[in-house]
Design a protein around this ligand. Sequence first.
Ligand SMILES: C[S@@+](CC[C@H](N)C(=O)[O-])C[C@H]1O[C@@H](n2cnc3c(N)ncnc32)[C@H](O)[C@@H]1O
Length: 354
Amino acid sequence: MTAGDYYNAHSQQQHNATIACLPLLERAAGDVPLPAAGQPFLIADYGAAQGRNSLEPVRTILATIRRRLPLPAPIAVVHTDLPENDFNALFTLLGESPESYLRDAPEVYAFAAGKTFYEQVFPGGLVSLGYTASTVHWLSAAPGPLSGHIWPLRAEGPTHDAFAARARQDWQTFLACRSRELRPGGQLVVMAGLRDAAGHCGLDGVMDLANEALQELVAAGTLTAAAYERMVLPIYYQTAEEYIAALGPDAASGAGAVLRLVESQEVSLSDVYWRQYEATRDAQAYAAAYAAYLRAFTEPSLFGTAGPAQRAPGAVSLADVFYQRVQERIAAEPARAVSHWRILLLRVARPLAA
Ligand SMILES: C[S@@+](CC[C@H](N)C(=O)[O-])C[C@H]1O[C@@H](n2cnc3c(N)ncnc32)[C@H](O)[C@@H]1O
C-alpha cells in the first residue's frame, strides 16, 4: 500500500469492511482455547498494511480475551505484511494514536513480521487467533500480462483462466500455511472481496474508468504503450462457493482440508464516499476522496513504491498526473466510480484433534 500515513488516511471503504468482521472476531475470541499458564495468547493480523484498520478488530479481540485471561497473562499481537510494507508508519500509529489498542492495555505486546502469507510465517501451532481483511484477493503474483486492461476480472478466455487458477492455488496455499500455524482449536477470521456468477466484483466501474485514464495518457504520449501493457493489478476475487470449496473434508485439494468452517456470511457494503456525496452533492470532494482511495491501494502495483511519502515536496510524478486525471473523470461522472462491494466473512477453526 502507498506508504506513510497515506493508506491509513484513505482506506475508509476497507475500514467499513472491517467493522463487519467484529462480531465474528468476538465469537472467535470467546471460543478459542486459552494457552497454558505463562504462555502468551498470540493474535496474528495477516496483511496489516500501516495498521489503522486493524486497531478496532484487535481491540475487539483483546476485550474478550482479557475477560477470559486476566492479568498478568501476556497477549502478543503480530502484524504481518510483505517486507516492503511501511512498518515504521504502523508502529508510529500504535505508539501515538489515541485509538491504539496498546493504550491502557498492560501485558499486551505488538510485533511485526515481514513475510508473504503464502508461506508459513509463524512456527507450527503458535497462533491462537488469526485475522485477515482485504488481503486474500491479492495474488502471490500476476500469472502473466494482461492486454488492454489493468483489472484481471475484465480478462477473458485463457488469460482469465490463468488468473482464476492462480487465485485458487494461492487460497489453498494460504489455508495450508494457516492450518499449520494455528494451535489446535485456534480460529481464523477472513474477510475477502467477492466475484458474482456474472464475473462482477463491484469495483468494475472505477477500474474501467482508471483504465481509460491510462489509455488517455498513452494516446497523449505521457505514458509509453509498453509501460501500459506491463501494468496489472495482481488481484482476483473468487466466488463465495470457490472460497468455501477449499475448506473441510470435502475440499477438492487437501490443502485447507484440516480447517473446519465454523460460520460464513456474505455482506453487501454501501460505498462510504458515495454516501457522503449523496449528503453533500460535492462532486469535487467526492472525486478527490475516491482518487485518493484508489491511489492508496493501487499505486505500488501500477507505479512502484516511490509514492508521495517518498518524494521531494513539489515533485510531480506520472502517478500524480494519472490520479489527477482519474479525479477529474470521477468529478465529471460521479456515478461511474461508485462501488457495490460484496464481501465474504469466514470463521474457520483447526479442530482440537488435528
Ligand atoms: C488492501 S490492504 C488491507 C490492509 C488491512 N488489512 C485493512 O483491512 O485495511 C492489503 C494488504 O495486504 C498485503 N498483502 C498483499 N499480499 C500479501 C502477501 N502475499 N503477504 C502478506 N501481505 C500481503 C498488502 O501489502 C497490503 O498491506
